[in-house]
Design a protein around this ligand. Sequence first.
Ligand SMILES: C[S@@+](CC[C@H](N)C(=O)[O-])C[C@H]1O[C@@H](n2cnc3c(N)ncnc32)[C@H](O)[C@@H]1O
Length: 351
Amino acid sequence: MNQLFLHCRGGFEGECAAEITDLAAEQGIYGYAKAKAHTAHVLFVADNVEQLIANLDFRRLIFTRQWFVCGDALTALPVADRLTPIMAEIAQLPHTRGLVMETVDTNEGKELSGLAKKFANPLQRMLEKRQVQRAKSTFNLHVLFTQTDTAYVGISPIANSSPWAMGIPRLKLPKESPSRATLKLEEAWHQFIPRDEWDNQLRGSQRAVDLGAAPGGWTWLLVQRGMFVEAVDNGPMQPALMETGQVTHHQADGFQFEPRKPVDWLVCDIVDKPARVAAMVARWFTEGFCQQAIFNLKLPMKQRYQEVQKLLERLEQTCADAGRPIRLRARQLYHDREEITVMATRCDGAR
Ligand SMILES: C[S@@+](CC[C@H](N)C(=O)[O-])C[C@H]1O[C@@H](n2cnc3c(N)ncnc32)[C@H](O)[C@@H]1O
């Protein structure tokens, strides 16, 4: 296997390619990326991609949603029997645990998802028959169709990849939620906070400030966790949400707002210049206003990858220089369009 298959948002193949090329070089792995615009994936070709996927922490990738190592695509698969050549390829791979059926996140990919679903059952039965799966294996098997007769077959380390096919968590919008934006914060939690830490990190009795809160999708989710929220926005909040008694609405400018007492969480969904949002978040940490934050950074039109790097480095440095170091995680979520979502956590643990 000599290539890494990386899923990304369509239109962000350049960023995904630049990022993996940089991070691989950091590990002393020099390869090249094959990226075609609006294909929602990138192939990174290098001799030692297996070493790369084992050693590069998946959580460091911002523009990659999911990855696996593979060989060249299997092409001209016979429509009447795709299984035989795919099983021949699988026979060359180490034993795996789960089967992940994928397509790419494009309109063409959506059309292929029916085929991928239909193919999953016979493939699973054949995997069982050939006894190539092991409950203790640390790898998942990926089979990804890019066309009806073309597929990539590969593996990902379970502990160092996304737990979701194509890196997309399947979330359902609760009907009580005031806005679809709820899904974005929920996805951020899934991406950044291990599920078994939710009860500790997202617990009732915590206090949060939500900047740019209206109509209240994010505030609603925080309230669902039992938190008390100060919602800052000149726009109106959903009345039912206000009736919970857990929300205080401040009609004020989010960039000027300061909490009276430090809070556990700052969340911010204001669409503004990314440098302005990052500077505001830096102030919240250097002033000790919050323990953790989740916020969006709108991506500029050009040099998106470089700009993101610069902003995140500056934010980290500003906090470190002030003696209030933070740890950052950033990702372009499935629910993000021209933006990324960032989680910042104080490292000193002090209040
Ligand atoms: C994308 S919407 C937020 C949606 C919200 N997170 C939700 O879940 O329903 C952005 C919001 O930011 C607000 N906004 C824009 N600039 C702001 C500012 N300077 N201070 C406070 N709110 C601001 C807008 O009024 C708008 O309601």
